[in-house]
Write a protein that binds this ligand. Sequence first.
Ligand code: SAM
Length: 339
Amino acid sequence: MIVDRLQRPLGSLRVSVTDRCNLRCRYCMPEQDYVWLPKQSILTFEEIARLVRIFAGLGVEKVRLTGGEPLLRHDLPTLTRMLARTSGVRDLALTTNGLLLAKQASALKGAGLSRVTVSLDTLRPERMRDLARSDRHADVLAGIAAARTAGFPVKLNTVVIRSVNEDELIDLIDFARSQQAEIRFIEYMDVGGATGWSAAQVFSQQEILARLTAHYGSIAAVPTEDAAAPAERFRLSDGTTFGIVASTTAPFCRSCDRSRLTADGTWFLCLYAARGVDLREPLRSGASDAALAELITATWRGRTDRGAEARLALRDRSPLYPVEGLRADPHREMHTRGG
Ligand code: SAM
C-alpha cells in the first residue's frame, strides 16, 4: 500500500471523462462563457484505461467516472467495460446529472458499472430552471427510474444552499426513500467554479441536522464502515438513512484517499490544489507503465494536501478564484476536476 506523508492511502480515483456539461448550475458553472480543454488533449479510452490499470496496480480499488457530465462522452459504456475489467478495481461508480441516464442505464449496467449517483438539487422543475438553467427535470427523474430498473444501487447528491433549496430537505429525504435511494446532502463548497459562493449561503451540517430533527425526531449517527468515505451517515427513527458531506464546515482531509484525473490527464491530489501533475505528456511520449507508476508513487508519497482544512482556517472566506483566474487555467474549474 502506498501512503502519503499523512499516512493516507492512494485509495480512490475520480476520472473526469469530459469537461463539458449540459447544465449550468449556479454553484458550479455560473458564467456565460468557458474556456474548454483542447480536443486533442482529451485522453482516449485506451489512455484512460491504461492509467487506471496503473493506478489499480498501486492500490486504487475505487474508481468513479465524473466530469463535466460524463454521459456526454460518446460511448461511455465502452470505456466502462474496459475499466470494469481492470484487475484490482472492485467498485466502479458514476456521478451524473441524470439528463441522459434513461437512455444509457441498461448499457452501463451490462458494461459492468457497479453503481450510480445522480445529482438532484430540487424536486421542483421551476427551481431547476433557475438553479441549473434547464427545463429537463423530468429527464432526471426518468434517469433515476431507469437506473433502478437496470438494477443499480442509486444514491442522490444534493448541494444545499441557503435560501435556494434548504426548504426541500424533508421532501428530498421522502423522495429518496420512495426510490430506495440514499440521499447525501452536500454543503456548498468554495471550490473553483463557484464564483458566487459566500459563507452566508452555506447551510451547514449542523443546520441540516437541526432542521431534520425538528421534523423527524431524534437522528442517530451510523458508525462508518469506510473511514475514507466523505459522507457522515445518519439514521432516522424509521430506519431511513442519509448522508451529509460537510466539506465546508467539517472537512475530512485527515482521511481523504481521493485523487482526481482530469479529461486531459492532469492528476490532482486535492480538490483545492493549485496545480496538478501532467500524466498525459509522459503517457504520450512513450513512458513505460513502470515509469508512470514510479511518477505516481513518488508524487503520492509527497502528498501533504489538506485543502478543505486550509480553507476552513481562513478568517475571511471568499470564492477560491475570481472569474479571470478560472479563465487563465480551466483546470481550476470544478467541472474540469470532477466533483
Ligand atoms: N455532472 C455530474 C453531476 O452533475 O453529478 C458530475 C460532475 S459534478 C461537478 C459532481 C458533483 O459536484 C455534483 O454532485 C455537484 O453537485 C457537485 N458540486 C459542484 N459544485 C459544487 C459546489 N460549489 N459545492 C458543492 N458541490 C458541488
